[in-house]
Design a protein. Structure first.
Length: 297
């Protein structure tokens, strides 16, 4: 049986990736009193955290050298692979018994590969992607879906409860990422629906705000309808979640679905629309900018 290091109030938490969501998540850990060490490719994006008490590390290796538990929240599977498996990656430098939690939306296959490599090193890994966007991160109301060793999951519950309001263990390594793919497939078709509905409301001469009041509490209600349509009405397309990252997620989902010989016509259509949206220059906008593409067609 491998040694598993538990979480105490003195545990040093490493946090890699302090972007739109990662910054808020790391803030919650600091406010709870945990010592936090941060690394981000662009140091400027970590300055707020440093100002409120986080320590800076110059590389993932430096994070691994001083941390008891590490959370990663980066952009792409290629980033995850480099941070965990690269020459100066976490799994070459973390101490035995420590836990690394990847909260990036990434490939289920990569999560399995990282888990196998970590086991040989006496290290625990969890794939624990999240849903809830920038709002969920700021308000610590993320939905966290975890895969990996159950004992490691149980050990990090004190951290997860600081970040999310719905923390669920899904099963073996990769299960968290597969669950996130279910989430993204659902969102993909839903975003097409809410965008079409808003466009319909506008073109038919209705007041979009009063339409929203009626349909959010009915059978059409959804997180996207309640949280993103108000931004669409206000023409606020700042990213809670980037279009470019959503395209990455949809490609992972489609690849996984095809590997299981599942037909996903809604997913395929959503991916094509979001790729068109990105090509029009909206890759750094929020996913709700899909309405802008539909308005021009």
């Amino acid at each position: 049986m491998r040694y598993l290091k538990g979480i105490t109030s003195k545990s040093v938490i490493g946090f890699i990736g302090t972007g739109v969501m990662g910054e808020s998540m790391a803030c919650h850990l600091l406010h709870a009193g945990f010592p936090v060490v941060v690394y981000n490719r662009t140091k400027e994006k970590a300055l707020k955290l440093i100002e409120i008490g986080a320590k800076w590390a110059d590389s993932p290796k430096e994070v691994a050298d001083v941390s008891d538990t590490i959370i990663t929240m980066v952009g792409y599977p290629s980033d995850v692979e480099e941070i965990y498996l690269g020459e100066n990656g976490l799994l070459h430098h973390m101490k035995k018994g420590c836990i690394a939690i990847d909260m990036t939306t990434s490939s289920p296959k990569l999560a399995e590969e990282i888990n196998l490599f970590a086991r040989d090193k006496g290290i625990y890994t969890l794939d624990a992607p999240v849903s809830g966007g920038d709002i969920g991160a700021k308000e610590a109301r993320l939905s966290i879906m975890a895969g990996g060793d159950k004992g490691a999951f149980d050990a990090v519950i004190p951290l997860m409860d600081l970040l999310g309001s719905n923390v669920v263990y899904q099963g073996k390594a990769g299960a968290g990422q597969h669950t996130k793919m279910c989430n993204q497939i659902t969102i993909a078709s839903n975003m097409m629906g809410v965008s079409e509905a808003l466009l319909y409301a506008k073109r038919s001469g209705l007041n979009p705000e009063t339409v929203l009041k009626s349909i959010t509490s009915g059978a059409a209600g959804s997180w996207s309808l309640s949280n993103l349509v108000p931004r669409m009405i206000d023409e606020d397309f700042a990213p809670g979640f980037y279009v470019k990252h959503f395209i990455k997620d949809l490609k992972i989902a489609l690849d996984s679905a095809q590997g299981m010989e599942i037909k996903t016509p809604g997913l395929e259509l959503a991916l094509s629309l979001y790729e068109e949206l990105a090509q029009s220059g909206e890759g750094n906008s929020g996913t709700h900018a899909l309405i802008k593409l539909l308005e021009t067609q």
